[in-house]
Design a protein around this ligand. Structure first.
Ligand code: NAD
Length: 264
């Protein structure tokens, strides 16, 4: 039997890598991307190569590519790699994302940071999804039944105001509408589109604010008083990838320890 293939952006570490390992365990072959730099600002492919090796050891074929999701040429190269290596894409996971380089108050934040965060977190996934969706529509014509799915990794920042990183919140609010739009448009081709919405997850992205979040979690900001793990998020993507939620296209799956519950 042909193995299904997933493209995952930003899978050199953190949530993306955990998703890649989960999908490898579920029998997917993988194309993973990253855009890492070392502490001196030089391109650094070491973590991505290590992730690819770990995925291969888990039994999946894996190709990795350094590709900036905000750049059209890099998005095209990623999709071309999947076409050349595997000739199919059954699942796209838009995971790559960045926080603003510095947390800056809404009244001081720069247009430059706004443009960069929106380009990576929203414009990039939006147009990568467009590219992959066109290919999935072709695949659907050839195979009327094979499962085809898209997962966007959003954030509780879609509905939670953090005035020191407004551009991030806006980008993730946009991902919410992006999920609804593509779910609506692609339903006629039975391509499911979902958002997985993490809360506070222990990764490099939150390392700089670990102490602040340790305190907030201890004080009960989330009903479940612990950090989320990349594996918590990966398990939700796994449930989608195995077809358990196929009639729920357009849904947001919260992976946040209950953060979204209004409490009194
Ligand atoms: P991370 O910083 O640990 O990893 C980010 C990954 O994205 C890396 O593989 C990196 O190479 C890649 N990346 C960065 N810029 C890129 C670009 N321009 N093009 C392509 N790839 C790029 O982050 P993480 O915490 O694992 O976050 C993964 C996703 O989850 C992001 O979309 C993030 O916004 C979201 N999220 C994270 C948290 C959290 O608490 N960590 C919470 C909610 C949502």
């Amino acid at each position: 039997m042909t193995r299904p293939v997933a493209i995952i952006t930003g899978a050199s570490r953190g949530i993306g890598k955990a998703i890649a390992l989960e999908l490898a365990a579920l029998g997917y072959d993988l194309v993973i991307s990253h855009f890492d730099f070392d502490s001196t600002g030089q391109p650094d492919d070491a973590a991505a190569k290590a992730a690819a090796a770990e995925i291969s050891r888990a039994g999946a074929a894996c190709r990795e590519l350094r590709a900036d999701v905000s750049k059209a040429a890099d998005r095209a190269a990623l999709v071309d790699l999947a076409r050349q290596a595997f000739g199919r894409c059954d699942l796209l996971v838009n995971n790559a994302g960045i926080a603003p380089q510095r947390r800056v108050d809404l009244l001081e934040a720069t247009e430059e940071s706004f443009d960069r965060v929106l380009a990576v977190n929203l414009k990039g996934p939006y147009f990568l999804t467009q590219l992959v969706a066109r290919w999935m529509v072709e695949q659907r014509r050839q195979d009327p039944r094979g499962p085809l799915r898209i997962v966007n990794v959003g954030s509780i920042s879609a509905f939670t105001s953090s005035p020191a990183r407004g551009e991030y919140c806006i980008s993730k609010a946009g991902v919410g509408m992006m999920t609804a739009l593509f779910a609506d448009r692609l339903a006629e081709c039975t391509i499911g589109v979902f958002e997985v919405r993490p809360g506070i997850i222990a990764t490099d992205m939150t390392a700089a604010v670990r102490e602040k979040y340790d305190r907030l979690i201890a004080e009960g900001i989330t009903p479940l008083k612990r950090w989320g793990t990349p594996q918590d998020v990966a398990a939700a993507v796994g449930a989608i990838a195995t077809g358990k939620l196929d009639f729920s296209t357009g849904q947001v799956i919260n992976v946040d320890g209950g953060f979204q519950i209004r409490r009194l």
